[in-house]
Ligand binder design. Sequence first.
Ligand code: NAD
Length: 360
Amino acid sequence: MKKTVTLIPGDGIGPAVSEAAVRIIDAAGAEIEWDRQIAGVTAMEAALPPLPDETLESIRRNGVALKGPLTTPVGTGFRSINVALRKEFDLYACIRPCKAYDGVRTRFPETDIVIVRENTEDLYAGIEFEKGSDEVERLRKFLADELGSPTRDESGISIKPISVFGSDRIVEAAFKYAEENGRKKVTAAHKANIMKFSDGLFLEVARQVAERHPDIEFEDRIIDNLCNQLVSRPEEYDVIVLPNLYGDIVSDLGAGMIGGLGLAPGANIGTEGAIFEATHGSAPKYKGQDKVNPTALMLSGVLMLKHLGEDEAADRMEHGIAEVIRKGDRVTYDLKPSRDDPSAVGTSEFAEAVIEEMND
Ligand code: NAD
């Protein structure tokens, strides 16, 4: 039976990479019906809000969306559509596989890690107090008078909440991913030696969750040590689970290690739905040029198909993408030895090459 998926092509380069991803998902034989919706600048140009109700209802109805990048409109009072989506669907787990395919230019060819980032808590929870505000002065007085912890004049303060509930479900998601994808080890990253009551709690809960999964190895690393080791011995790492802020940073580190933003896919998994999207943004300067690399969104499509139980089509797609990258002749500019290589192909021809590999 066909599954219906919400498709948000997105802004900037979004429509080009989405079109490429849809073409290969369809060609891989996945039984998907696309429910096309708009958001972001594209919606605003159609005199709609940046996140139209119809788009939200579609995701709610289908439970799964493939989304191109959205430009965050500046000066509209709308902070970020991505944040709004994360809140609406409680997308608490951001899963980013970072695998260096043969043929990419990277200093870290052994990299094959999966970053599982908590996405609702930590310093990104949005609990912030502006320098000079009444609230910050009341908080500073409380800290000084009640806790004996004075802060400097003219301070701004951000709060870092980490809960048992949030830690348990993200570490559980990491173990579940490991079990379902034949992975052997989960590493929890933290700074528990310094932040005992937030990162310390995350680590304590991670250890408890690990006991529920005896077949998967578990270890922990202090975040600075993890960064050092990732770039010296990447082959020692497998699934890495992190609180929000470290997860954000290590996700981009991982994207760099596998050859760049054009290659890094992502899945945002929540209690109310799942949204699959590339790590990169809408790169507005390349809009309409049929130039950029569609791999990141295509690989996000691979993750989506696995989520939907379409494993065969997912494997066929991943194989096709890997072959095109390995051969290296019909790839986009970012995968060529030089950025002005005249043999670079465009987004749509890259998709064509993947389809030919899948049919081979
Ligand atoms: P960006 O990722 O859009 O682009 C940065 C640079 O990375 C580009 O100029 C390009 O050189 C390269 N790049 C990105 N994607 C590529 C691809 N597929 N192939 C080849 N090269 C690629 O980051 P930015 O310029 O900081 O952000 C542009 C807009 O995107 C902003 O409005 C930002 O808010 C938004 N954004 C959206 C998302 C999302 O929707 N998930 C994520 C990040 C940024």
